[in-house]
Design a binder for this molecule. Structure first.
Ligand SMILES: Nc1ncnc2c1ncn2[C@@H]1O[C@H](COP(=O)(O)OP(=O)(O)OP(=O)(O)O)[C@@H](O)[C@H]1O
Length: 761
């Protein structure tokens, strides 16, 4: 039906068509549309730049006078907080949820009913100060004026931009100056060199050489002594000290597959220190040999159980007799695989053999003596294919090392794509000129096919199984050694034998649900789970490094882990320090304004992609955190390392390492620029933030390989991937110290996922 009007033809041209439902609504006087929830548009303007309505016939004086007292939603927001200083503090955008805007009287009044959301008008980064003002308004709660907005830590900044920099909301090269200044006050020498190498590799400073010049004296302050003792140069000059510092820095960079050449205009060392020192990789292994001799490693041999001893004999005889056998050490969780690797490596090293120990994940590598990740040691390409080779050449120092290597130990292989193992095999045959598997070097691949398998993004069951080592052509040549006594469970405890049987069933049974034994404590709610695993968390002295290493709560989903961590931090005493991130589109997308304009900063801030720290990291001195990047694996700083916060400065945090052989060492963590490794977002973003998250609770995947005394497993959301339930429950050293939280305290069973086709019988 077309409703006729005076000029029906014109209305038709204007495309004004009213259909029957709309016509009926209009006739009966119903509302044609409504917006739920109501959106209050919030003005964003610089001081004195608010909108002023005037009549052109008025005099300039009158208009100016009106402009001076007319209020905007922003200035009225400031005024409300100026006269209500003790009121609960909200950001500008949150304010309309609690207050209503009276358009006539231009004041905010407390909301009596209803709900509305606030949306600030957009300002693109090209708007200059208005953009920075808007950025501050997204985070500052309860500001009383523009000046208050520009004030950070009692310093009034002259511009909104510098206030953003001071709050860490913007990337800025001065950050590294401040970061190194803060670190230089706390530590010297090696730790500053390590920090400088992290800044170069992870933070892309614009002027690396200027930074080096400014801090080289601090970074090299331990080297005069080293040069005197190592090179017998009695009085090294400043130039020699700096030169040696550059050489050592270059070595640290090489651990991340970089060199000084990657950071122009950083100079190269003039002196050929490596000619004096030799192949640094071989030297590192010689150092491990010395440490093994001093640690009396063979002592462990007497402690091995029967299965471990049999495996030990088979592996060591292959090493000593140069048989080049390829072993697979198969054992359930806690059967002492890691213990055996370290014993064998210790024995071989004491006899002067080179043993390369690697693991598929950074965190598992920390449990091996001298362990590194397989990817970094073998330079495995990130996008590995069926016919890939590793990224080092026949003449490289890596090739030289492998030609001298007698044994390779590779832990947690089942979670690595088989193409990685095949690429290493292909490369070693090539560099050792030997067509035997792995170039004739004895290799022990180890792990547990009941635990987590390779991650194949959105992969089907068939694809995941096909990625596993079991499907590799190498498998048919492998000698399988099996360990079957659970050594993690305290041996004296009678209940643990039943628990070990129960764990074995969880790892192998194809049943989709598992009944949890009555010996496992079932908590009623999150508070009970927290107080069971972390008793007396509200007493600061109760939280010590050992207290933290002995406990963990595991959950399958990141969301649940975050909620548990927030609840635990809330209970833990002390003032929380908040660190905000500098988020931005990556450069390509930033220049494309159509994309940048679609996603304002507060949207980037609201994102929480996996593998990235949150926009707002809240920490307290004494709380546990987990590292999200491999920033210095040699020093124990790997993706997954647990640490305790010791000191919080504005641009750096000092931590105590809680995981593996580096337990008890101090380290610095700077803010670094991170990009999500995989993301469903239609653009690329970078977030400059401390690469850490709270670690009272962890995801199950991060806990693989760890032994913990008290374990809580949050099963309110059941496990969704194979092996997860088995990994979670098998972290504990005794059945009576496992607690679970089920969706309902009446329940006693939960979901389990097992792929029997990859299991070894
Ligand atoms: N022969 C042994 N004597 C004493 N303690 C042992 C022995 N073997 C293993 N352990 C201890 O048992 C615990 C579990 O061992 P380990 O971490 O080596 O097991 P795993 O098989 O590597 O476990 P996962 O598969 O979960 O990584 C460790 O605390 C380890 O020190």
């Amino acid at each position: 039906m077309v409703l006729g009007g005076d000029n029906e033809i014109q209305q038709y041209l204007d495309a004004r068509y009213i259909g029957p439902p709309e016509a009926a609504c209009r006739i009966f006087g119903h509302h044609l549309h409504e917006e739920v929830p109501a959106v209050v548009r919030l003005e964003v303007h610089l001081p004195g730049m608010h909108r002023c309505i005037f009549n052109p016939s008025e005099s300039l004086e009158t208009i100016r006078a009106r402009g001076a007292y007319q209020k905007s939603t922003l200035t009225a927001f400031f005024s409300w907080y100026a006269s209500n200083k003790d009121a609960p503090k909200y950001t500008y955008q949150e304010f309309p949820q609690h207050f209503t805007w009276n358009k006539t009287s231009k004041i905010w009044t407390p909301r009596a009913s209803g709900f509305a959301i606030g949306r600030m008008y957009f300002a693109s980064p090209n708007c200059g100060e208005r953009f920075y003002l808007r950025l501050l308004l997204t985070v500052v709660k309860g500001p009383t004026s523009f000046e208050c907005l520009r004030t950070v830590e009692n310093v009034v900044h002259s511009t909104f931009k510098s206030a953003c920099v001071a709050r860490g909301l913007l990337e800025d090269d001065d950050e590294w100056v401040q970061c190194l200044q803060e670190a230089a006050v706390m530590k010297t020498g090696y730790q500053l060199r390590r920090l400088f190498s992290i800044i170069l590799t992870q933070c892309s400073p614009i002027h690396p050489y200027a930074l080096w010049k400014q801090f080289s004296v601090h970074i090299c302050d331990d080297l005069a002594h080293k040069i005197r003792t190592l090179f017998a140069i009695s009085n090294p000059s400043e130039a020699q000290i700096e030169d040696y510092g550059l050489y050592l820095l270059n070595q640290l960079l090489q651990e991340s597959s970089k060199t000084l050449l990657d950071f122009p205009p950083m100079p190269q060392p003039n002196e050929n220190w490596s000619a004096i020192v030799g192949n640094r990789l071989i030297l590192e292994h010689r150092q491990l040999q010395i440490e093994a001799q001093q640690a009396h490693a063979p002592f462990n041999v007497h402690c091995l159980n029967i299965g471990q001893s049999t495996a030990y004999d088979a592996i060591t005889s292959s090493v000593f007799e140069n048989k080049g056998t390829m072993f697979f050490l198969n054992g359930g969780a806690g059967t002492g695989k890691t213990y055996l690797y370290n014993t064998i490596a210790g024995k071989c090293r004491t006899l002067g053999h080179i043993v390369v120990s690697v693991a598929s994940s950074g965190i598992a590598s920390l449990l091996l003596t001298g362990g590194r990740t397989a990817h970094s040691t073998f330079c495995i390409p990130l996008a590995v294919m069926e016919d890939s080779f590793c990224g080092f050449k026949k003449q490289s120092i890596q090739a030289e090392l492998f030609r001298e290597t007698k044994l390779i130990i590779w832990d947690e292989v089942p979670m690595q794509h088989r193409y990685c193992v095949e690429a290493v095999d292909r490369t070693l045959r090539d560099i050792c000129d030997n067509d035997k598997p792995f170039g004739g070097i004895t290799i022990v691949l180890g792990g547990d096919f009941r635990q987590i398998l390779p991650v194949v993004t959105r992969g089907s069951r068939e694809q995941i199984v096909n990625a596993s080592l079991r499907r590799s052509p190498l498998w048919k040549e492998i000698v399988i050694l099996t360990l079957d006594v659970n050594m993690r469970l305290d041996q004296g405890d009678s209940g643990n034998a039943n628990f070990a049987t129960f764990l074995a069933e969880v790892g192998t049974s194809p049943q989709e649900t598992v009944k949890l034994p009555s010996t496992i404590r079932k908590c009623r709610d999150l508070n009970e789970l927290l107080s069971t695993v972390y008793p007396q968390l509200d007493v600061v002295d109760a939280s010590t490094p050992t207290f933290l290493t002995e406990r963990t709560i595991l959950s399958a989903r990141n969301e649940d882990v975050n909620a548990i961590n927030a609840a635990a931090l809330n209970i833990f005493p002390g003032d929380a320090i908040s660190y905000l991130a500098a988020d931005k589109m990556s450069d390509d997308d930033e220049v494309d304004h159509t994309i940048a304009n679609r996603y304002p900063n507060e949207y980037l801030n609201s994102l929480d992609p996996t593998g990235l720290p949150p926009f707002k990291v809240e920490l307290k001195v004494g709380c546990p955190i987990i590292l999200l990047r491999n920033i210095a694996p040699k020093d124990g700083l790997c993706n997954g390392t647990r640490m305790m916060v010791v000191r919080c400065a504005p641009r750096i945090i000092e931590v105590l390492i809680l995981t593996g052989g580096h337990f008890g060492k101090f380290a610095f963590i700077p803010r670094i620029s991170l990009t999500p490794s995989s993301s469903d977002l239609p653009f690329r973003m970078t977030r400059r933030q401390f690469p850490v998250r709270l670690a009272y609770a962890l995801t199950i995947n991060k806990s693989q390989g760890q032994s913990v005394k008290f374990v809580g497993v949050d099963l309110r959301t059941p496990v969704f991937s194979r092996g997860q339930l088995y990994v979670a429950l098998s972290r504990c050293t005794s059945f009576d110290r496992v607690s679970v939280l089920l969706p309902n305290s009446e329940l006693d069973s939960t979901t389990n996922i097992v792929y029997p086709e990859v299991l070894l019988s």
